[in-house]
Design a protein around this ligand. Sequence first.
Ligand code: ARG
Length: 567
Amino acid sequence: MLDFKNIIANKLKEVTKIDTIEKYIEVPTNSEMGDYSLPCFKLAKEMKKAPQTIALEIKEKLKISENFFSKIEVVNGYLNFFVNNTKIAETVLNEINEKKEKYGSSTIGNGKNIVIDYSSPNIAKPFHIGHLRTTLIGNSLYRIYQYLGYHTIGVNHLGDYGTQFGKMIEAYKMWGNEYNLSEDPINKMVDMYVRINDLCKKDESVLERCRENFRLLENGDEYCTSLWNKFKDLSMVEFNKIYDVLDVKFDSYNGEAFYADKTDEVIDILTKKGKLTESQGAKVVDLEDVGISTPCIIQKANGSTIYATRDLAAIMYRARTYDFYKCLYVVAYEQNLHFKQIFEVAKYLVDEKYVKGLEHVAFGMVSLPSGRMSTRLGNVVKIEDLLNETIEKAKEIIEEKNPELEDKENIAKKIGIGAIIFNTLSTSNIKDQIFDWKTALNFNGETGPYLQYMYVRTNSILEKVGGVPDFSEVDVSKLLDNASINLIKAIYSFGTTVEQAADKNEPYIISRYLINLAQLFSNFYNENKIIGEDEETQKARVYLTYCVNIVLKTGASLLGMQMPNKM
Ligand code: ARG
C-alpha cells in the first residue's frame, strides 16, 4: 500500500542527509496541522539553526509531487504535510479490493517465532478473574502477531506441580469417598486442600505423609501419579469449558510438571558457573549486583526446586525448541519481581539474543463491583458463571430490542462474550479494572456490543443494495467530503495500528482504534445519504461502507471477538 509517511521520510532524508529523520515524523492530533508533521525544533541542535528557518529551508528544497500531497505548510517551526485526498481514497479502496479480509496484515514477522505464555491457571485451584484477563490479552496478542506474519506459539504453562500435590494426594487418600468430585470439582478440591492444610498445621505426622506423597509422585509412583492425573483431568475439563466459550486455543500445555525433570540442568549450569550461593540451607542466585535485593531461590533446603527453577528450565527449553524471537509472559504485575529475577538468571543459561526477547507483559488487577453477581456467586467468582450470566443478560436485551431475531442463542453468545472481551481489552494492560456487565453490555457506550451494532449496520446496508458494488464501477471522487475522508484516513491507518499494538503488546490500541472507526462511520452515515443518491454516489458510499465492514470485523477478530451478522 502506498506509504505516505515513507514518501515523506525518503524525501526528507535526501534533502537533510539525516538518515534517522523518519523517527521525527509525527501524526498530529489536530488534523488542521496536517496528516504528518516534522517538528523541526528536534533538528535545531544538530543543524545549528532556528526551527522556523530549518522548516522553511526544507520546504524550499522538497519536491514532492502534488499527486501525493496537496499542501506542505510551515507553522511555528513545524513542517506540515497534507495528503492528497483523492490519492489516499484511491489507495485505501484499492488495497481493500485487493486484500479483502487480509487488509492490514503484514509479512514483517515472517521467519520469526513468538512464544506467548498466557492463561496458565493452577490445577485444583479456581480459574479466577485475573486468569480471564491473561487469557484474553494473550489470545489477542497471539492473533495480532500472527496477522503480522509471525509464527506464534501459544503456551499454557499450567501450574500442575509442587508440594501442594503431596497434600492433595493425602487428602484424597483420607477423605476421597466424602467428596463427589464429578460435581463442581474445583471447589471440592479447594475444600479438600484447605482441610488438609489445617490438619497439617496441627499434626506433624500428616505433614510428613504429604511430603512422602510428593516424593513418590516425583519418582513416578503409579498410585500417586494416577491421582495427580485425576486432579489434572478434572481441572482441565473445567478450564476447557471456559476456553471453548471464549474460543481460545493453545499450541502447548507444557506446564510446570513438564519441567520437573529439566531443572537439574539449570542447577548444574549455575553451579558450574559459580553462581549459586547458600542461604539458610537453600541454593540461591544473588542479584544484589543488578539492583535486585531479593535473591532468586533455585533449590530449597529440602532439595526441591521451586516455581522459578521450573520457569528457568522452561526458558532453556523454549529457546531450544522454538528458537524464539520473543517470549512473552502475560502475567499479573504481582509477579514483577519473579520475572525480573528469572530474566536476570536466564543470562547464565541461554544466549543473549534470547534474554533480549524475554518480556513480562504485566497487567493490573480486576475486581467485581459489589452487588448481586458477586454476592450470589460467593467470594470466588466462577468464571464460567460470569460468562453464562453475561450471555443471559445479552439474551434479555435482544429479546427486548429485537424479539423477531432468528438464532438468538448464538447471537447472544457473541454479544455477551464480545462484551467481556472488549471490556477486558479496552484499557491498557497495566490499569486495574472493575468488571461490571452493565457497562460492558451498554449498546451505546464504548463497548463490544456498540462495535457489533455498527458492524451489523454496515451489513444491512450491503444487504439492502444486494451486495458489494463492483470495484471497477466505484468513483472515488464521490468520497471527498470531510466525513468520508476522515473515515478513509482512519481505515488507512489500520495496519500501522496493528503494528503499534504488537510493538507495545497492548491490544487496547486496537480497541480504541475500532471505537474511533465506528464513531467516524456513524458520522459518515449521519452526514451522508448512503442509499438513494444518484447511482454513482451510492456505489462509492456503499463501497466505503464495505471497507468499514471489513476493518471492523478484522479488528474485532484480532481482539478475539466475533461479530454477529444481525442483532
Ligand atoms: N500459574 C501461575 C499463576 O496462576 C501463572 C504462570 C505464568 N507463567 C509462567 N511461566 N510463570 O499465577
